[in-house]
Write a protein that binds this ligand. Structure first.
Ligand code: FAD
Length: 392
């Protein structure tokens, strides 16, 4: 092969980059390092909690990447990137050499913000389910086992975190389940932020109209610890007890990207034309690990877009060509507020040559006029399309 690109993480950013490099230039070898057997989608995973979808509905195999696109998949965890030797070290197998490496490891959690949550026992009892997979199914089982009349508590951190509207969608889904199957039960959302950070008026309308006596929203409610045995979320002011606790710690770039973190000990900065790290040459970073430009959310649509722009730039660089000087990204985030109705927010982001960053295009995008079933159908189409685009 002309060159080898190693990709760490087969999620929205990494799988897209791997596929598009192979489509743009099949003479480049692409090795994708990912420990999971299959891709499990965070988008739509809240509907598994609501009981409207199954784990199978949000799972896609990696077979098309391998067979159709010739991506080599190594089922292993990357433990480190050796920038000098140009190698990715693995937890089990031999190191993978590269000419360029692309990291899209998503997020990891800042457990130190919740001291009692540091150990494995605590983390197995109080779930985040903020990486789709076993915890999604486990949290659904906790909700099923909860007695009618119980309280589900979701604690969410200050922005920025993965998927701005995700927690607000999640409380809708859990409330829809309670409304249908455990009508005396309550949902309590403890938001560390001052107000709903995404699609606020739309979510507040959904809560008032669909889940009036079920969802209670408490802003300015930052968790500082958890009493796991007592089933209590400890806030700066006061404690909150629940039957099922679902705690989202503050988040940072995925661990393998830690050496390339440049902002607040949390996020990585890149050149937005190539996604090359500002901290290391030949290392490209995508998706939720990035310090996002203003108004760009940590979303699957964004990570998929990063993957395509980065793939084109990496192919150009390997072929001694200049990357596209003015990339554009789009974002849409749908949120299912019930089993059938949805709302969205959309935006367009263009590279600004002067400030060398991505800027939202004024007047492009917007939010839904109202929740409805047509948007619910669009949501399912969005999911089917992005899964096909990323993995098909
Ligand atoms: P991921 O997609 O998480 O991929 C990371 C991959 O890297 C994983 O497969 C992981 O196994 C792998 N990995 C990590 N570390 C290593 C390592 N050391 N070695 C090898 N592999 C590694 N976005 C939307 O646009 N629309 C939505 O409706 C939406 N809903 C959401 C709902 C929920 C409940 C959540 C939690 C998120 C939602 N998101 C949504 C956000 C979206 O899931 C993320 O923004 C997106 O997954 C980011 O892509 P990524 O490539 O950065 O990370």
């Amino acid at each position: 092969p002309k060159a080898r690109v190693a990709v760490v993480g087969g999620g929205y950013g990494g799988a897209t980059a791997a596929k598009y490099i192979r489509m743009l230039d099949p003479s480049i070898e692409v090795v994708l390092i990912e420990p999971n057997e299959a891709f499990v989608s965070c988008p739509i995973s809240n509907m598994v909690l609501g009981g409207f979808k199954t784990m199978a509905d949000i799972t896609t195999p990696y077979t098309a990447l391998e067979r159709t696109h010739g991506v080599k998949i190594v089922r292993d965890t990357a433990t480190a990137v050796d920038v000098e030797k140009k190698q990715v070290r693995l937890s089990r197998g031999d190191p993978v050499s590269f000419d360029r490496v692309i990291l899209s490891p998503g997020i990891d959690f800042m457990w130190e913000a919740l001291p009692a949550m540091g150990g494995a026992d605590a983390q197995n009892a109080v779930l985040h389910a903020w990486k789709a997979g076993p915890q999604t199914a486990q949290l659904r089982r906790q909700l099923e086992a909860m007695p009618d009349g119980g309280v589900y508590v979701l604690s969410m951190p200050e922005a920025p975190y993965r998927c701005p509207p995700g927690p607000y969608e999640r409380v809708c889904q859990v409330a829809a389940y309670f409304k249908a199957s455990k009508p005396r039960s309550k949902v309590l959302l403890l938001d560390a932020n001052q107000d709903v950070t995404s699609k606020g008026p739309l979510f507040k309308k959904a809560w008032a109209e669909l889940y009036k006596d079920i969802i209670e929203y408490r802003p300015n409610s930052k968790a500082v610890d958890v009493d796991v045995r007592g089933s209590v979320v400890k806030l700066e002011f006061g404690d909150v007890k629940g039957n099922v606790l679902n705690v989202l710690p503050p988040m940072k770039a995925g661990n393998v990207a830690a050496p390339f973190i440049t902002v607040n000990r949390r996020w990585c900065e890149v050149d937005w034309l190539t996604y090359e790290s500002k901290a290391a040459k030949n290392v490209h970073i995508l998706g939720d690990s990035l310090q996002i430009a203003p108004a760009m959310p940590k979303s699957a649509t964004m990570a998929n877009g990063h993957g395509k722009v980065c793939a084109a730039a990496v192919v150009a660089l390997i072929n001694n060509q200049a990357p596209n000087p003015s990339p554009t990204l789009i974002n849409t985030c749908y949120s299912m507020v019930s089993g059938t109705q949805s709302v969205h927010v959309a935006s367009v982001h263009k590279y600004d040559e002067k400030d060398r960053t991505m800027k939202a295009v004024p007047g492009a995008g917007g939010v839904s006029a109202a929740m409805n079933e047509a948007e619910g159908a669009y949501t399912m189409n969005w999911a089917a399309n992005i899964w096909a685009d990323t993995l098909g």
